[in-house]
Design a protein around this ligand. Structure first.
Ligand SMILES: NC(=O)c1ccc[n+]([C@@H]2O[C@H](COP(=O)([O-])OP(=O)(O)OC[C@H]3O[C@@H](n4cnc5c(N)ncnc54)[C@H](OP(=O)(O)O)[C@@H]3O)[C@@H](O)[C@H]2O)c1
Length: 251
């Protein structure tokens, strides 16, 4: 995809992968708008990057998503890239007497419904531009799930399936649909310890590889795969799914 002079909205731009992409796209000469709940972080990041804008949103609140879309349409009518990146990941135990269904529902609200609501609200704006791109962050765990993150993994598998439909239905419009499934990356997604986990891919390395791949012609399947995620993504195709699943889910 062409990666300069674009107007880019990134949800979950206040930390981790979203913030990393926002800063890289800003450096690359794009107009970047970041969205998230933590206003103090949005302010800190935008003050450090003149020209970048921040908009507060709670992706679990439908009315807040509607407001975000309206603000974007009126303030940034040239929007031509939407990055659906906000997401949460939570441990779940379904073998208890009392199941914490609220946790499961909050994952579905954020990771699935938030993406659908915002994409639906902004598609008319994206469709008005000569060329647009929708990038959605899924996960390597969409392809091989971890047993203690059931709703999280299922939410990302949902998005993988949904993105294939979206790519197909938009094929006659100048709207590119890209899936970004990260491997395990050093962010605070599952808690502060993840940011320093030596097993996880360093965030800067992940961002650099993604930005390089995004600058190349988009693969026909629309998937931007860094080397470190290919083990999970290709497990089924390579016929080694049971081994990879067992390795990922050691008791
Ligand atoms: N790091 C990994 O290992 C990994 C692997 C595969 C996929 N991913 C995916 O990558 C994406 C980014 O995660 P990350 O690793 O960068 O973790 P992160 O640092 O925790 O980032 C998550 C982002 O989502 C935003 N967010 C969460 N709930 C929100 C809500 N209700 N409303 C608005 N914004 C919300 C957060 O902003 P606020 O808290 O300010 O709202 C934050 O900016 C997620 O979709 C995640 O599933 C990450």
């Amino acid at each position: 995809m062409h990666l300069t002079g674009r107007t880019i909205l990134i949800t979950g731009g206040s930390s981790g992968i979203g913030r990393g992409l926002a800063e890289a796209f800003h450096r690359g000469g794009n107009h970047v708008i970041i969205a998230g709940r933590r206003q103090a972080l949005l302010d800190e990041i935008t003050e450090a990057h003149p020209g970048m804008h921040g908009l507060q949103v709670d992706m679990q609140a439908p009315e807040a998503i509607t407001r975000l879309a309206e603000d974007v349409q009126s303030l940034f009518p040239d929007l031509d890239v939407l990055v659906n990146n906000a997401g949460i990941s939570r441990l779940e135990a379904w073998d208890r007497d009392a199941i914490d269904i609220d946790t499961s529902l909050s994952i579905i609200e954020t990771n699935i419904l938030g993406v659908l609501r915002l994409t639906a609200a902004l598609l008319p704006t994206l469709a008005r531009q000569p060329n647009s791109t929708i990038i959605t962050t899924t996960s390597g765990l969409a392809f091989v799930p971890r047993f203690n993150y059931p709703t999280y993994c299922a939410s990302k598998a949902f998005l993988h399936s949904w993105l294939q439909f979206l790519r197909h239905q938009l094929r006659h419009k100048p709207i590119e649909v890209i899936e970004l499934p990260p491997p395990y990356v050093q962010t605070e997604l599952a808690g502060p310890q993840q940011a320093n986990d030596p097993v996880a891919m360093p965030l800067a390395d992940y961002i650099a590889e993604v930005v390089r791949l995004l600058g190349e012609p988009t693969p026909a399947d629309g998937e931007i795969l860094v080397e470190r995620v290919k083990g999970l993504r290709m497990a089924e195709r390579r016929g080694i799914y049971p081994d990879i699943y067992a390795n990922l889910n050691q008791a």
